[in-house]
Design a protein around this ligand. Structure first.
Ligand code: GLA
Length: 412
């Protein structure tokens, strides 16, 4: 009898402990719960331009307007690019009421006028801030001013906020990003102007595990640099393009419509890589369902750069409606096969040759989840050559530091 009572008591205690645990877990979640839905602003990964990779802090309103003009004139707008985003160093101080103040020398017409100009071109406007007291460039951050800044942005007509993670001290990333997400959503409702939330936390607190309800995109790594792999010119926090690629392996399942992994902005056209390497960079970012945020000077870019950034077939892979991020299916030393399932049953495939020599490569149908006897048309997304009714596998010689990217369409 005693033992029955003891067991019953233990059971009660266990149930109580479980209930307490669940309650505290719920409480922990509450702390970061955002009781307003995230606006759907990124059903497919956002496309645009950002000032940082090319201009760093050297920005002013004339340069930003010129980028908006060039986005239209170059055909990038027609290809799907939408956002013009000013990164760090537009802000200098706060006024007596705590309102953020733009640099009056660099932006004499004010940020609202710049937003209006960009909107007049049929484009959208993005801005940058930081969850800490100061931005990475030492300008005023949003810590303690989250609601005030969100309201200012909405009144200016800001459509996109990139929110960085410098100078945050002991702040908790999950709470800090939830706080700004809430502020943006409230401002969006008050001013009828929704703002896409781009989280730039560098992957330190693994945002893919908790941010799908918070931001539309989240950075997964430290900064990209204009290099195939990290070199002696790269700063300690910078990565080469392939270093970033390697860090995406395993994160695929966390991305989807309205919540994407962000392997950082594009370096295409900035001069540190060959055109083959830039074609590889652009192809791989499309494979990753990455935001396509160009980072070069659009007003002076070469035809080769324009052709890369506006390749409609590669962009269509990035923007595919199924929203499934591609993954590395084969790694054989320097030779890799990447695969992305697409809406309607097509597959995007990249044969990546990281080595110093050209190399024959192939992908077999089993890797694509297809029967060996199945016929498919294979379209090379760069050369545009089509191979009809291919069976079993597809082979190509891939130049050094380059990709072959194809779209495989199984025949009905
Ligand atoms: C960090 C970010 C970069 C850029 C700079 C600006 O390094 O990761 O993308 O915004 O700050 O200072």
């Amino acid at each position: 009898m005693t033992s029955v009572l003891t067991r019953a008591l233990h059971l009660c205690l266990a149930v109580l402990a479980l209930a307490a645990g669940l309650a505290s877990a719920a409480h922990a979640q509450d702390k970061n719960a955002i009781d307003m839905p995230k606006p759907v602003l990124a059903a497919t990964p956002p496309m645009g331009w950002n000032s940082w990779n090319h201009f760093n802090c050297g920005i002013d309103e004339a340069k930003i307007r010129a980028q908006a003009d060039a986005m239209v004139a170059s055909g990038m707008k027609a290809a799907g690019y939408q956002y013009i985003v000013i990164d760090d160093c537009w802000q200098v101080s706060r006024d007596a009421a705590g309102n953020i103040v733009a640099d009056p020398e660099k932006f004499p017409s004010g940020i609202k006028a710049l937003a209006d100009y960009i909107h007049s071109k049929g484009l959208k406007f993005g801005i940058y801030s930081d969850a800490g007291l100061k931005t990475c460039g030492g300008r005023p951050g949003s810590m303690g001013h989250e609601y005030q800044d969100a309201a200012t942005y909405a009144q200016w007509g800001v459509d996109y906020l990139k929110y960085d993670w410098c100078n945050t001290g002991t702040a908790d990333a999950q709470s800090a990003y939830a706080l700004m997400a809430r502020a943006l959503r409230e401002a969006g409702q008050t001013y009828h102007h929704d703002i896409l939330f781009s989280m730039c936390e560098w992957g330190t607190a693994k945002p893919w595990l908790w941010a799908s309800g918070v931001g539309h995109i989240w950075r997964t790594t430290g900064d990209i640099s204009d290099a195939w792999i990290k070199n002696e010119k790269s700063k300690p926090w910078e990565n080469g393009m392939l270093d970033i690629l390697d860090q995406q392996v395993g994160l695929e399942s966390f991305a989807g419509p309205n919540h994407w992994n962000d392997p950082d902005m594009l370096e295409v056209g900035n001069g540190g890589m060959t055109d083959d390497e830039y074609r590889a960079h652009f192809s791989l970012w499309a494979m990753l369902a990455a935001p396509l945020i160009s980072g070069n000077d659009l007003s002076t870019m070469s035809k080769a750069t324009t052709d890369i950034l506006t390749n409609a077939d590669v962009i269509a892979v990035d923007q595919d409606a199924l929203g499934v991020e591609g993954h590395r299916a084969v790694k054989d030393g320097d030779y890799e096969v990447w695969v992305r399932p697409l809406a309607g049953g097509d597959r995007a495939v990249i044969l990546l040759n990281r080595s110093g020599d050209a190399h024959p490569m192939s992908v077999d149908w089993a890797t694509l989840g297809m029967a060996a006897g199945e016929k498919a048309d294979v379209r090379d997304l760069w050369s545009k050559a089509v191979s009809k009714s291919v069976k079993g596998s597809y082979s190509a010689t891939v130049p050094s530091h380059a990709v072959v990217m194809v779209r495989v369409t199984p025949k009905a």
